[in-house]
Write a protein that binds this ligand. Sequence first.
Ligand code: NAP
Length: 320
Amino acid sequence: MFNLSGISASSQNAQRHVKTLILGAGPAGLSAALYAARAELQPLVLTGTQLGGQASLTHTIENYPGFPDGVGGAELGELFQKQAERFGASVEFDTAHSVDLSQRPFRVSADNGEYLAETLIIATGASPNHLNVPGEAELTGRGVSYCATCDGWFFKDKEVVVVGGGDSALEEALFLTRFASTVTIVHRRDTLRAGAILQKRAFENPKIKFVWNSIVTEVIGTEKVEAVRLKSVQTGEEQLFRTDGLFIFIGHTPNTQMFVGQLDMEGGYIKVDERMRTSVPGVYAAGEAADSHFKQVIVSAGMGAAAAIEATRFLEAESG
Ligand code: NAP
């Protein structure tokens, strides 16, 4: 688990003035913190609600260089944090909810108070999409889940359904086979979006079955999930499919709502140039809040480092 010992909560209604404020403590935010700390900007990271970001919810990350045997998502986040703190970054458990980027210092309101920032690095990441079907919200935490690493253990010898056909769906379905007796992947097409290695592993796994060309239209259960209603997108035919759990991996939406109207955006993502600069000088964005294309831990980490280097140069240019 994450090392919370170094994380403090700022006192209620305090106002803090910092050179570099970083929103988000995933790979982008913590890599930005490392670089900003080594440039002696004494960065302050506000974690938001997901310390370590989405990557921390992944059981094993196999494609982050330097770890030939893979590394746990939570462990990698903890290492990022430790390394940034070693050089003087502060990580605080606080969530920003509004910003004023109209003038410097930028003003950020968070649960525990207000922050004034000379430079701001946005690394707020993305959150999992919901199906938005009847029963989904009511049964979340009672069989409906968006995180196999968090909840897979509860489904020992049970049957589960996974929705989606991308890398996340297959990776998480494979992880669920450690616990569940069967994992049925329901996908709305008859070809998968996921990469070749994951497809091969899934097709070869005897516990994984597929229902093609189908969508989930309802989650059924009183106390907990008992079944899902599946609908064929080809024939419109419906069937009740018995299951103990429903894991949903149908993509993500960037956490950028609070920047609407203040920064240039495209499709919900913050627009950045090749130097991670947003439309407001002194404000940078990195990771999945600004990356609609790659969405990889290493890319987010690289974007975070680049954003911090740019913030450093921006402040240096100002001080002459
Ligand atoms: P994704 O690639 O966008 O895939 C989402 C999947 O959900 C697609 O198969 C899509 O179907 C399906 N879907 C979307 N909306 C749906 C709906 N309303 N109902 C039913 N199905 C729906 O998302 P992801 O798998 O979370 O991956 C996101 C990014 O992270 C990708 O770039 C991926 O490569 C990356 N990633 C990489 C790794 C890795 O490298 N090991 C692991 C996880 C994620 P269609 O295919 O029909 O559009």
